[in-house]
Design a protein around this ligand. Structure first.
Ligand code: TXA
Ligand code: MG
Length: 318
Protein backbone atom coordinates (compact mmCIF):
# COMPACT_ATOMS: atom_id res chain seq x y z
CA UNK A 1 0.00 0.00 0.00
CA UNK A 2 1.27 3.50 -0.67
CA UNK A 3 2.26 5.94 2.04
CA UNK A 4 -0.66 8.35 1.63
CA UNK A 5 -3.16 5.47 1.80
CA UNK A 6 -1.51 4.26 5.01
CA UNK A 7 -1.90 7.73 6.52
CA UNK A 8 -5.57 7.79 5.51
CA UNK A 9 -6.08 4.49 7.33
CA UNK A 10 -4.53 5.79 10.54
CA UNK A 11 -1.07 4.32 9.92
CA UNK A 12 2.35 5.63 10.92
CA UNK A 13 4.70 6.63 8.11
CA UNK A 14 8.26 7.78 8.77
CA UNK A 15 9.44 10.19 6.12
CA UNK A 16 12.52 12.27 5.35
CA UNK A 17 12.57 16.04 5.73
CA UNK A 18 15.49 18.37 5.08
CA UNK A 19 16.09 18.60 8.86
CA UNK A 20 15.55 15.13 10.37
CA UNK A 21 13.20 12.21 9.69
CA UNK A 22 9.63 12.65 10.94
CA UNK A 23 7.22 10.06 12.31
CA UNK A 24 4.00 11.00 10.55
CA UNK A 25 0.30 10.42 11.16
CA UNK A 26 -2.88 12.04 9.88
CA UNK A 27 -3.11 15.22 12.00
CA UNK A 28 -6.89 15.10 11.68
CA UNK A 29 -7.10 11.61 13.24
CA UNK A 30 -6.49 11.66 17.01
CA UNK A 31 -6.21 7.86 17.26
CA UNK A 32 -3.48 7.87 14.62
CA UNK A 33 -1.63 10.70 16.37
CA UNK A 34 -1.89 8.76 19.65
CA UNK A 35 0.06 5.94 18.00
CA UNK A 36 3.00 8.34 17.50
CA UNK A 37 3.25 8.81 21.27
CA UNK A 38 3.18 5.06 21.89
CA UNK A 39 5.83 4.41 19.25
CA UNK A 40 8.16 7.11 20.58
CA UNK A 41 7.28 6.48 24.24
CA UNK A 42 6.74 10.20 24.42
CA UNK A 43 4.74 11.80 27.25
CA UNK A 44 1.21 12.38 25.93
CA UNK A 45 1.00 16.08 26.74
CA UNK A 46 3.82 17.13 24.40
CA UNK A 47 2.58 18.90 21.25
CA UNK A 48 3.55 17.74 17.76
CA UNK A 49 4.19 19.86 14.68
CA UNK A 50 1.65 19.74 11.85
CA UNK A 51 3.44 19.56 8.50
CA UNK A 52 1.73 21.34 5.63
CA UNK A 53 2.48 22.03 2.00
CA UNK A 54 2.37 25.83 2.08
CA UNK A 55 0.93 28.97 3.70
CA UNK A 56 -2.56 28.34 2.27
CA UNK A 57 -2.63 24.94 3.97
CA UNK A 58 -1.20 26.39 7.21
CA UNK A 59 -4.11 28.84 7.40
CA UNK A 60 -6.49 25.89 7.77
CA UNK A 61 -4.82 24.92 11.07
CA UNK A 62 -4.56 28.37 12.66
CA UNK A 63 -7.17 30.85 13.92
CA UNK A 64 -4.90 33.83 13.33
CA UNK A 65 -1.68 34.01 11.40
CA UNK A 66 0.04 37.25 12.49
CA UNK A 67 1.68 39.34 9.73
CA UNK A 68 5.14 38.76 11.22
CA UNK A 69 4.59 34.98 11.12
CA UNK A 70 3.46 35.31 7.53
CA UNK A 71 6.57 37.29 6.65
CA UNK A 72 8.74 34.48 8.06
CA UNK A 73 6.74 31.83 6.22
CA UNK A 74 7.11 33.75 2.97
CA UNK A 75 10.84 34.10 3.53
CA UNK A 76 11.67 30.57 4.72
CA UNK A 77 8.94 28.11 3.64
CA UNK A 78 9.31 25.53 2.45
CA UNK A 79 12.21 25.06 4.85
CA UNK A 80 13.48 24.42 8.39
CA UNK A 81 11.20 26.82 10.27
CA UNK A 82 8.28 25.98 12.57
CA UNK A 83 5.78 28.68 13.50
CA UNK A 84 3.68 28.41 16.66
CA UNK A 85 0.42 30.29 16.15
CA UNK A 86 -3.07 30.28 17.71
CA UNK A 87 -4.79 27.03 16.73
CA UNK A 88 -7.94 26.65 14.68
CA UNK A 89 -10.90 25.32 16.65
CA UNK A 90 -10.89 21.88 15.01
CA UNK A 91 -7.26 21.01 15.87
CA UNK A 92 -7.21 18.03 18.23
CA UNK A 93 -5.82 18.37 21.77
CA UNK A 94 -3.45 15.46 21.21
CA UNK A 95 -1.77 17.51 18.45
CA UNK A 96 -1.44 20.69 20.51
CA UNK A 97 -0.78 19.13 23.91
CA UNK A 98 -4.10 20.78 24.90
CA UNK A 99 -2.52 24.21 24.41
CA UNK A 100 -4.21 27.04 22.53
CA UNK A 101 -1.49 27.08 19.85
CA UNK A 102 -0.40 24.82 17.03
CA UNK A 103 3.06 24.30 15.49
CA UNK A 104 3.15 24.47 11.68
CA UNK A 105 5.96 23.76 9.23
CA UNK A 106 6.20 23.37 5.46
CA UNK A 107 9.18 21.07 4.80
CA UNK A 108 11.21 21.36 1.60
CA UNK A 109 12.34 17.74 1.14
CA UNK A 110 10.86 16.46 -2.15
CA UNK A 111 9.71 13.18 -0.56
CA UNK A 112 7.93 15.05 2.25
CA UNK A 113 6.31 17.36 -0.27
CA UNK A 114 5.21 14.49 -2.51
CA UNK A 115 3.67 12.77 0.53
CA UNK A 116 1.85 15.95 1.59
CA UNK A 117 0.55 16.49 -1.94
CA UNK A 118 -0.65 12.94 -2.33
CA UNK A 119 -2.19 12.82 1.16
CA UNK A 120 -3.85 16.22 0.89
CA UNK A 121 -4.09 16.92 4.66
CA UNK A 122 -1.77 17.93 7.47
CA UNK A 123 0.76 15.41 8.76
CA UNK A 124 1.49 15.46 12.49
CA UNK A 125 5.11 14.46 12.96
CA UNK A 126 7.73 14.70 15.66
CA UNK A 127 11.26 13.52 14.96
CA UNK A 128 11.25 9.74 14.34
CA UNK A 129 13.36 8.71 17.36
CA UNK A 130 12.64 7.30 20.79
CA UNK A 131 11.75 10.16 23.15
CA UNK A 132 14.88 11.91 24.42
CA UNK A 133 17.21 9.99 22.11
CA UNK A 134 19.38 11.31 19.27
CA UNK A 135 17.25 12.42 16.29
CA UNK A 136 17.37 10.37 13.06
CA UNK A 137 18.92 11.70 9.86
CA UNK A 138 18.76 8.48 7.82
CA UNK A 139 16.14 5.78 7.29
CA UNK A 140 18.47 3.35 9.09
CA UNK A 141 18.41 5.56 12.20
CA UNK A 142 14.60 5.40 12.18
CA UNK A 143 14.62 1.62 11.88
CA UNK A 144 17.14 1.41 14.74
CA UNK A 145 14.81 3.30 17.10
CA UNK A 146 11.31 2.49 15.96
CA UNK A 147 11.37 -0.47 13.59
CA UNK A 148 8.27 -2.53 14.43
CA UNK A 149 6.25 0.44 15.65
CA UNK A 150 6.15 2.02 12.18
CA UNK A 151 4.04 0.87 9.22
CA UNK A 152 6.38 2.25 6.57
CA UNK A 153 9.71 4.06 6.43
CA UNK A 154 10.23 6.17 3.32
CA UNK A 155 13.93 6.31 2.52
CA UNK A 156 14.98 9.68 1.15
CA UNK A 157 18.68 9.39 1.93
CA UNK A 158 20.57 11.45 4.51
CA UNK A 159 18.99 14.74 5.60
CA UNK A 160 20.70 17.81 4.13
CA UNK A 161 20.45 20.08 7.19
CA UNK A 162 20.67 17.47 9.91
CA UNK A 163 19.29 19.38 12.90
CA UNK A 164 15.68 20.30 13.60
CA UNK A 165 13.79 23.36 12.47
CA UNK A 166 14.01 26.70 14.24
CA UNK A 167 10.82 27.27 16.26
CA UNK A 168 9.37 30.78 16.64
CA UNK A 169 6.20 31.31 18.68
CA UNK A 170 3.62 34.00 17.93
CA UNK A 171 1.51 33.44 21.00
CA UNK A 172 2.20 36.66 22.89
CA UNK A 173 2.86 40.21 21.85
CA UNK A 174 6.43 39.64 20.69
CA UNK A 175 7.82 36.67 18.75
CA UNK A 176 9.74 34.21 20.91
CA UNK A 177 12.48 31.79 19.92
CA UNK A 178 11.57 28.35 21.35
CA UNK A 179 14.33 26.37 19.66
CA UNK A 180 17.31 27.47 17.56
CA UNK A 181 17.62 25.36 14.41
CA UNK A 182 18.08 25.19 10.67
CA UNK A 183 17.38 28.91 10.10
CA UNK A 184 19.72 31.20 12.04
CA UNK A 185 18.46 33.84 14.45
CA UNK A 186 20.27 36.46 12.35
CA UNK A 187 18.29 35.44 9.27
CA UNK A 188 15.03 35.63 11.23
CA UNK A 189 15.97 39.01 12.71
CA UNK A 190 16.66 40.32 9.21
CA UNK A 191 13.03 39.60 8.24
CA UNK A 192 11.38 40.65 11.53
CA UNK A 193 13.47 43.78 12.01
CA UNK A 194 14.69 42.54 15.39
CA UNK A 195 15.66 39.22 16.95
CA UNK A 196 12.87 37.15 18.51
CA UNK A 197 12.89 37.19 22.32
CA UNK A 198 14.02 34.30 24.49
CA UNK A 199 11.31 31.91 25.65
CA UNK A 200 9.82 33.08 28.93
CA UNK A 201 7.32 31.65 31.42
CA UNK A 202 4.41 32.40 29.08
CA UNK A 203 5.99 30.41 26.23
CA UNK A 204 4.17 27.31 25.06
CA UNK A 205 5.81 24.07 26.19
CA UNK A 206 8.33 22.46 23.84
CA UNK A 207 10.02 19.14 24.60
CA UNK A 208 13.05 20.17 22.57
CA UNK A 209 13.59 22.70 25.33
CA UNK A 210 13.93 20.08 28.08
CA UNK A 211 17.39 20.20 29.65
CA UNK A 212 18.19 16.63 28.66
CA UNK A 213 17.24 15.68 25.11
CA UNK A 214 18.91 14.38 21.94
CA UNK A 215 20.96 12.14 24.24
CA UNK A 216 23.25 9.19 23.58
CA UNK A 217 23.00 6.07 25.77
CA UNK A 218 26.69 6.34 26.58
CA UNK A 219 27.15 9.36 28.87
CA UNK A 220 28.52 12.27 26.89
CA UNK A 221 30.21 15.44 28.05
CA UNK A 222 31.35 18.66 26.45
CA UNK A 223 34.99 19.60 26.83
CA UNK A 224 36.86 22.76 25.83
CA UNK A 225 39.52 22.15 23.15
CA UNK A 226 42.40 22.92 25.50
CA UNK A 227 41.03 20.66 28.25
CA UNK A 228 40.41 17.65 26.03
CA UNK A 229 43.81 16.07 26.43
CA UNK A 230 43.79 16.24 30.23
CA UNK A 231 40.25 14.89 30.43
CA UNK A 232 41.18 12.00 28.14
CA UNK A 233 44.16 11.08 30.28
CA UNK A 234 42.07 11.18 33.43
CA UNK A 235 39.45 8.83 31.97
CA UNK A 236 42.02 6.46 30.54
CA UNK A 237 43.80 6.36 33.88
CA UNK A 238 40.58 5.00 35.29
CA UNK A 239 40.51 2.41 32.50
CA UNK A 240 37.46 3.97 30.92
CA UNK A 241 37.10 3.46 27.20
CA UNK A 242 36.52 6.80 25.52
CA UNK A 243 35.02 7.85 22.18
CA UNK A 244 35.74 11.41 21.06
CA UNK A 245 33.98 13.81 18.72
CA UNK A 246 36.81 16.20 17.95
CA UNK A 247 36.78 19.21 15.70
CA UNK A 248 40.06 21.09 15.74
CA UNK A 249 41.85 19.27 18.58
CA UNK A 250 44.53 16.84 17.45
CA UNK A 251 44.43 13.21 18.36
CA UNK A 252 47.06 12.45 21.02
CA UNK A 253 49.55 9.85 19.73
CA UNK A 254 48.96 7.54 22.66
CA UNK A 255 45.13 7.62 22.51
CA UNK A 256 43.73 4.30 21.37
CA UNK A 257 39.96 4.88 21.63
CA UNK A 258 37.59 5.98 18.88
CA UNK A 259 38.44 9.42 17.51
CA UNK A 260 35.97 10.98 15.07
CA UNK A 261 36.81 14.29 13.44
CA UNK A 262 33.72 16.46 12.88
CA UNK A 263 33.65 19.05 10.09
CA UNK A 264 34.99 22.57 10.69
CA UNK A 265 32.05 24.38 9.10
CA UNK A 266 28.79 24.65 11.07
CA UNK A 267 26.56 23.50 8.19
CA UNK A 268 28.60 20.36 7.64
CA UNK A 269 28.96 19.80 11.37
CA UNK A 270 25.17 19.99 11.79
CA UNK A 271 24.47 17.71 8.83
CA UNK A 272 26.61 14.94 10.33
CA UNK A 273 26.02 15.63 14.04
CA UNK A 274 23.37 13.02 14.82
CA UNK A 275 25.00 10.33 12.67
CA UNK A 276 28.27 11.04 14.49
CA UNK A 277 26.60 10.84 17.91
CA UNK A 278 24.90 7.56 17.00
CA UNK A 279 28.18 6.09 15.71
CA UNK A 280 30.01 7.12 18.89
CA UNK A 281 27.19 5.57 20.89
CA UNK A 282 27.86 2.29 19.07
CA UNK A 283 31.58 2.41 19.84
CA UNK A 284 31.06 0.48 23.05
CA UNK A 285 32.76 3.18 25.09
CA UNK A 286 32.20 4.14 28.72
CA UNK A 287 32.23 7.83 27.94
CA UNK A 288 31.85 10.16 24.97
CA UNK A 289 33.81 13.41 24.95
CA UNK A 290 32.64 16.15 22.60
CA UNK A 291 34.95 19.03 21.81
CA UNK A 292 33.25 22.37 22.41
CA UNK A 293 32.31 24.36 19.27
CA UNK A 294 32.65 28.12 18.57
CA UNK A 295 30.55 30.75 20.30
CA UNK A 296 28.98 32.66 17.42
CA UNK A 297 25.44 32.66 15.98
CA UNK A 298 26.29 30.23 13.17
CA UNK A 299 26.87 27.56 15.85
CA UNK A 300 23.95 28.45 18.15
CA UNK A 301 21.66 25.56 17.18
CA UNK A 302 24.55 23.10 17.40
CA UNK A 303 25.57 24.40 20.85
CA UNK A 304 21.95 23.99 21.95
CA UNK A 305 21.84 20.34 20.83
CA UNK A 306 25.24 19.54 22.34
CA UNK A 307 24.26 21.11 25.66
CA UNK A 308 21.09 19.02 25.82
CA UNK A 309 22.81 15.84 24.61
CA UNK A 310 25.29 16.19 27.46
CA UNK A 311 22.94 17.50 30.17
CA UNK A 312 22.54 14.09 31.82
CA UNK A 313 26.19 13.94 32.87
CA UNK A 314 27.50 15.39 36.05
CA UNK A 315 30.75 17.22 35.29
CA UNK A 316 32.30 16.20 38.60
CA UNK A 317 32.03 12.49 38.29
CA UNK A 318 35.08 11.70 40.32
O1 TXA B 1 12.71 19.85 12.01
C1 TXA B 1 11.75 19.54 12.72
O2 TXA B 1 11.07 20.39 13.32
C2 TXA B 1 11.39 18.05 12.82
C3 TXA B 1 10.90 17.56 11.46
C4 TXA B 1 10.42 16.14 11.50
O3 TXA B 1 9.92 18.44 10.98
N1 TXA B 1 10.41 17.84 13.82
C5 TXA B 1 10.67 17.92 15.14
O4 TXA B 1 9.60 17.54 15.93
O5 TXA B 1 11.73 18.25 15.58
P1 TXA B 1 9.76 17.29 17.49
O6 TXA B 1 8.39 16.91 17.97
O7 TXA B 1 10.85 16.35 17.76
O8 TXA B 1 10.05 18.70 18.03
C6 TXA B 1 9.08 19.70 17.84
C7 TXA B 1 9.07 20.64 18.98
C8 TXA B 1 8.77 19.96 20.28
O9 TXA B 1 9.67 20.49 21.24
C9 TXA B 1 7.35 20.38 20.57
O10 TXA B 1 7.11 20.45 21.95
C10 TXA B 1 7.29 21.73 19.89
O11 TXA B 1 8.03 21.58 18.74
N2 TXA B 1 5.93 22.10 19.53
C11 TXA B 1 5.11 21.54 18.64
N3 TXA B 1 3.90 22.13 18.67
C12 TXA B 1 3.97 23.08 19.61
C13 TXA B 1 3.06 24.02 20.16
N4 TXA B 1 1.80 24.13 19.75
N5 TXA B 1 3.50 24.83 21.12
C14 TXA B 1 4.77 24.74 21.55
N6 TXA B 1 5.68 23.89 21.10
C15 TXA B 1 5.28 23.07 20.15
MG1 MG C 1 12.51 15.54 18.58
Amino acid sequence: MDAAALLRQGGLVAFPTETVYGLGADAGNPAAVARIFDAKRRPPDHPVIVHVLDIAAALRWSSTFPPAARALAEAFWPGPLTLIVPRAHHVHDIVTGSQSSVGLRAPSHPVARALLTEFGGGIAAPSANRFGHVSPTTAEHVAEDLDVAVDLILDGGACAIGIESTIVAFTSELPMLLRPGGISVDAIAAVLGSAPGAADATAPRASGSLASHYATHTPAQLVASDALRAELMQLEDRDERVAVLARVAERPDDFDGVWTVAPHEPRDYARLLYANLRALDHADADAILIEQVPDDDAWAAIRDRLARATAGVDDDRD
